[in-house]
Write a protein that binds this ligand. Structure first.
Ligand SMILES: [Zn+2]
Length: 83
């Protein structure tokens, strides 16, 4: 394999371990919940989810779960602490 390709692959492996380099500013996704599939999005205004519980507090278990998956790469929303 060409040495520059090998060099890029090695660099990608290193970068993949360094999540702090990435800042996800917009995102569209679907979330397969236990009963339905929901549309999730993230933009400058924050998270949005199509589920019925999102509207009440502007957060839900789906957005919180995805935020947790992408920890460090998306701006954190205010989440109530669970002790
Ligand atoms: Zn939701």
């Amino acid at each position: 394999m060409h040495s520059s390709i090998i060099s890029r692959i090695e660099k990608a492996r290193t970068y993949a371990e360094e999540k702090e380099r990435v800042n996800i500013t917009t995102l569209n996704a679907t979330f397969r919940g236990n009963h339905s599939k929901y549309e999730l999005s993230l933009d400058e205004a924050g998270w949005h989810c199509s589920c019925s519980s999102f509207g009440v507090r502007a957060m839900c278990s789906h957005t919180m779960a995805v935020e947790r998956m992408l920890e460090g790469m998306v701006r954190a929303q205010e989440t109530p602490s669970i002790s």
